[in-house]
Design a protein around this ligand. Sequence first.
Ligand code: ARG
Length: 459
Amino acid sequence: TSNQMWGGRFADKPDAIMEAINASIGFDQRLAAQDIAGSRAHAAMLAATGIVEASDAEAMREGLLTVLSEIEGGTFTFSTALEDIHMNVEARLKEIVGPAAGRLHTARSRNDQVATDFRLWVRDQLDAAEAQLLALVRALLAQAETGADWVMPGFTHLQTAQPVTWGHHMMAYVEMFGRDLSRVRDARARMNECPLGAAALAGTGFPIDRDMTAAALGFDRPCANSLDAVSDRDFALEFLSVASISAMHLSRFAEELVIWSSAQFRFVVLSDRFSTGSSIMPQKKNPDAAELIRAKIGRIFGAQVALMTVMKGLPLAYSKDMQEDKEQVFDAADNWLLSLAAMDGMVRDMAANAPALEAAAASGFSTATDLADWLVRVAGLPFREAHHVTGSLVAVAEARGCDLPDLALEDMKEVHGAITEDVFDVLGVRNSVASRTSYGGTAPDQVRAQIARWKEILG
Ligand code: ARG
C-alpha cells in the first residue's frame, strides 16, 4: 500500500532505503510539543474563520492533547513509514477523533508547519539560554565582589604583563557573557515572526487569520512573505551563531580554569563536585568539566558551518535539504546549555587562592610599567627613555635573581641618577592596581563601580 498521507498518485510503496534516508521521525519527535501547539492554534483559527465546523475543531484540539499526553507518557508508537513528527501526530489524531482529523491540514502544508514548529523550539532554547547566562553572570559577579581587590597577574602572550585584580578578571567575563545575553535577546526578537499560513509556499485562498495564529503562539506578527516564511532558516543559523560565540567565550574561560587549577599555578581550587579523579594516579584531581566545555565549541561551531553549507545554494522555496537543519541545532543547543550550566556550577563552587594570586602578581617584573611611568611623572623623562632605563633595571634584577622591589636604591641610581627612595611606592602590586583608575581600569574602585552597574542592569 502507498502512503496514507500522500499516496493518491502512487501505486508502489517506497523502498526501505528510501524510507531510511527520508524519515526524520528519529530526531524530529523532539518537536512534538511545538507541533501540537501549532496544530491547536491552527484548528482554533480554522473554526474562528468558519473554515471548519467548531465541533470538528474542538474534537481536533482535544484529540491533540491526548496525542501529546501519549507522547509525553512514552506510550506513543512512532512510525518511520509516517516520515516525521507532523504526519505521526496527524495519523494518531485520526485514530482518536476519526475523519474530522482530515480537516486539520486545511490551508496548511508541512512546509509552514515545520518552519513554525522549529522556530518555537529554537525560541524556547533562547529563553533557556538567557536564564542560564543570567545565572552565570550572577555567579561571576559574586566572585568579582569577593575578590574585588585581590591582586593577580594580568597576562599578554600568557607572559606576566601588569597586575590586575581578580574582580577585574571576573568582570571581563561578565562583559563577554553580557554580550551573549544581548545577542540572545536580539536573535529572539528578530526570529519571532510566524510562518504558519504561508502554506506550501504561495499562501492560501482560504480566508485564514494569520494574526490570530501568530498571537496564539506568542509571535509578534506573521512572516510577511510566504516564500521567505517556508525557505528561511536564518533563525536557526542565528541561534547557532549566538551559541558559537558564547561557546567560544566558555572555551576561553575553561582554558584559563584548566591552567589556573594546575599545581604550577594554584590560582583556583575547583570543587570536588566539578572535578574527577584518575584510576591510576591517586593524587589527581582533574578539571574534566572545564576541558569538555573547552571542547564543545568544536561541535557547536561545526553545526553552524554544517547548516550554513546546507542552506547555501538552495533555490526558493522549500527543499528537503532543509530537514538536515534539526540534528545540528538540537546537538548544538544541548551542548551549549549543558556547558553554560557546568560553567555556572564551577564558578559558583570555585575558590580563588588569594595569597597565590598575589605572589604570582609580584613576580615576573610585573610593575616595570609603573616604574617607567614614575620616571616620566617624577623625573620628567620622555616615555621612550624611561622605557629603556626600566629595561636596564629589569636586566640588573634578572642578573641578581631578584624582583624590582628587591633592588637597592644605590643600584638603581647607578642606572639613572634621578631615581629616589619614592620609587619604591610604585613597585608594589597593590599600589600598581590602585593607580589604574581610568574608566574601566583595574583599580578596585573602578571594578566596584562596574559590579554596581551590572547589578543595576540585572535588577
Ligand atoms: N520533515 C520535514 C522537514 O523536517 C517536514 C517538511 C516536509 N515537507 C515536504 N514538502 N516534504 O523538513
